[in-house]
Design a binder for this molecule. Structure first.
Ligand code: 4GS
Length: 249
């Protein structure tokens, strides 16, 4: 997959995408990232990319010409989604991420300052996406969040073990508690079932703890989760036990 990014601050992309799994994905040729400085597409002598809003008001807006020029040049004759990161977009979630991961190419546009001249939207009809209901200083971090979330769905990017884990949690539940060594720490023991070697019992315990945690922390996720009859039975059992104030079963 190839992802192009249009930004006023290309240096912001230098660190985060060159470590760990994204670094490996690029080295293996599974992911190609191309960062384009928006300033390169400003043709005036001062390479102006922003200007004051008509009608007055605070701050600066990104001018339409450099963005439209850049997108036109990068798009060429190819068809692929142009994504505009902004709080006015549809909310990013795992469904949106997986749909974007099906594409062979994406172009991400990062805003900055107070936003974009509206003609960017009117002319390019981008897929406008928000990473959450909060305001950041720029669209660069949202673009990196999207790249990270999408890249882990590209075939081969995660190792076999990582992919297997991902599959088992693609069912829309939160993960339950997990433990590593030591077996006893701070007066707290690792649950005995996890050390039992009884694989079926371990799988059942993990499933139930995932259900318990999801019900307590994000009950709205249960409505969309893929649940078995056994899952529903366990949830009914929790319901019958009355209001829960902690995850300690
Ligand atoms: C987001 C967000 C964001 C909005 C960019 C104010 C600078 C800023 N972008 N998801 N202007 N949340 N953008 O806060 O995508």
């Amino acid at each position: 997959m190839r992802i192009d990014v249009l930004t006023l601050f290309p240096a912001m992309f230098l660190g985060p995408l060159q470590e760990s799994i994204l670094k490996r994905a690029q080295e293996r040729g599974q992911l190609t990232l191309v960062i384009h400085p928006l300033r390169d597409y400003a043709l005036d002598r001062h390479q102006l990319t922003d200007d004051t809003p008509y009608g007055g008001g605070e701050g600066m807006l990104l001018k339409p010409e450099p963005i439209v020029r850049a997108v036109t040049a990068l798009r060429g004759t190819q068809e692929f989604p142009v994504v505009l990161l902004s709080p006015q977009g549809r909310l990013l979630d795992q469904t949106v991420v997986q749909a974007l991961a099906q594409q062979s190419r994406l172009l991400l546009i990062c805003g900055h300052y107070e936003g974009f001249d509206e003609r960017v939207r009117d002319l390019l009809h981008p897929d406008e996406i928000s990473i959450g209901d909060f305001v950041l200083t720029g669209g660069e971090l949202p673009a990196m969040v999207l790249i990270d979330a999408v890249a882990r769905w590209i075939p081969g990017v995660l190792g076999d073990a990582e992919s297997a884990r991902q599959d088992s949690f693609a069912d829309g539940l939160l993960e339950g508690p997990q433990y590593t060594r030591p077996p006893s720490f701070g007066g707290l023991e690792v649950p005995a079932v996890l050390r039992s070697g009884h694989h079926a019992a371990i799988a059942r315990w993990r499933r139930q703890e995932a259900l318990r945690r999801t019900r307590l922390r994000r009950p709205e996720l249960l409505a969309r989760a893929t649940l078995t009859a056994g899952d529903r039975q366990f949830l009914a059992q929790l319901e019958a036990a009355g209001p829960q104030t902690s995850e300690q079963g």
